[in-house]
Write a protein that binds this ligand. Sequence first.
Ligand code: NAG
Length: 328
Amino acid sequence: MLLLKGISLEHSWFYYNLLLLPFHFWYCQAIDGQAGNILQRANRVNENLKKSYLTNGDFHQIKNCLSQHQIVKKLVGFKTNLNHFDHLYGKLYKECTSIYASGSTSSGIYPIWLKERFQFTYVYCDMELVSTKKGWTTIQRRMNGEINFERGWDDYVRGFGNPSSEYWLGLENMYRLSRQITTATVLGMIDIQSPAIGFDLEDWDGMNVFVQYTYFWLESKATNYLLNVRGLSRTFWNYFDTAPIYESEFSTPDKDNDDDNNAHCARDRKSGWWFHSCFEANLNGAYPKYKQKMKWENILWRGWQYINNNGTALRFVSMKLYHTVVEP
Ligand SMILES: *[C@@H]1O[C@H](CO)[C@@H](O)[C@H](O)[C@H]1NC(C)=O
């Protein structure tokens, strides 16, 4: 109890018996409290599992494979090999595609396991999108102007809003989500299977487009979550030669990483985005008023007038990922 700050042991099956305390003490000393942190997360996993969509059978199976001794062993392994956990939590859903495949075919909020972060996050799974691909993991959504998107770097990294309405999943989560699905190659290398990304756009006149890229991934924080998209395909409509999406670093009003040396796009556009030179897309701009025309300072998709020559503002936008899950 003394050593495990902030954890309610009564409710925890991670209870450390006396035999393990000396070890735990050493461990906490050795890595400066990191173990406690990991344990807190592990405890949250437990709580989340109980509440989540997993069946009791699933829950007990996971619980059983994690005896206290194993946990301690795994904690040691954690420092050197995250894949230990991946193995233990192999049964957890890591994206909406496999949730759909498991039979949960209604759209809604589901917990997914971010394996590199060792935690759950809640996302809105779009199971209804008219596409041959079913089960899209929503990473951004605007629908009613309820959430303020004029925010700084820390908020954009961490994420904000509410998966039941408007939200931004956070750059760190998006980065991890873009590298969730890995396969081991013959040579023992890890191959990352980048998800597809879709931009779901609809204006006040009801005109809609789904712009899809075959591959999406973000670089890490070290390169300011540089956006990578490949393989533009156009479903539903055939208007764009290119989409106004640029492979730029992420900028916020308090952090200028855009590609234009003479501008600070994020400050002018009052939001975070992968800005190139301020006039392309910005799905995080201010939410437009009813039936308004599209404006630079609002949610922006350059070239929308080719879709709807009224130039009507976008009232619904959403970014979602589709992971092709390879069955082991
Ligand atoms: C453009 O606006 C006009 C007038 O409000 C409307 O009748 C028309 O349906 C709109 N165009 C589209 C594509 O919705």
